[in-house]
Design a binder for this molecule. Structure first.
Ligand SMILES: [Zn+2]
Length: 196
């Protein structure tokens, strides 16, 4: 029976994450209340994140991102990202991933969930960090520093944000449809990179 439960959870995770092509889930493992999801990428050419020119891999860096919890388990995504050497820019750059902001240690959905909790629950950052677990007050502060100006100045983002919902458990993804390629993530990306 235990294996059946684990398999069902794995199937649910695979379908809920909707990892965008060319990425896919390579492995899911669980330990001490944490679910580790390894992402792999189909061997397609890489584009320079700055100019879009196809570029060779220079080296690779292992990255991890905190994601929204599932069944009270912390979820950690991990992937090895290449830095590409762009002849056009004459520079070496880490490729972008669609599920996280550049340089962020959390997925966009996790950050939105934190922001929603911050706004809805009237908790200070210290207490929210304690409730969430595995995150420092400073991380919440950094997240808030990024999204607060968007909420203040961008009506489109504010409207999308207000439509997000928090499950009664509050430790479940805020978007029931998807946690990576959802509408809000797509819109946020466009707001972040074009209008802000
Ligand atoms: Zn370039």
């Amino acid at each position: 029976m235990k294996h059946v439960v684990v398999d069902l959870l794995t199937d649910d995770l695979v379908s809920a994450l909707k990892v965008p092509h060319p990425w896919f889930i390579d492995e899911i493992s669980k330990s001490e209340g944490t679910c580790h999801i390894s992402l792999e990428r189909h061997p397609l050419p890489y584009l320079c994140p700055n100019c879009g020119v196809e570029s060779p891999v220079y080296d690779r860096r292992k990255k991890i991102w905190r994601h929204t919890n599932v069944l009270n388990m912390q979820v950690i995504l991990q992937a090895t990202l290449p830095r590409v050497s762009c002849a056009s820019c004459d520079n070496i750059r880490l490729i972008d991933v669609v599920w996280a902001r550049k340089g962020a240690h959390n997925t966009i959905m996790f950050e939105l969930w934190v922001m929603r909790a911050l706004k809805c629950q009237s908790l200070n950052m210290e207490k929210l960090a304690r409730n969430i677990g595995g995150i420092y007050r400073n991380s919440i502060s950094n997240i808030s520093r990024h999204y607060d100006p968007l909420l203040d100045r961008n009506e489109g983002f504010k409207k999308e944000f207000s439509n997000l919902w928090l499950d009664s458990q509050t430790f479940i993804p805020i978007d029931p449809c998807s946690i990576l390629s959802s509408n809000i993530v797509e819109k946020l990306r466009s707001f972040s990179y074009r209008n802000y």
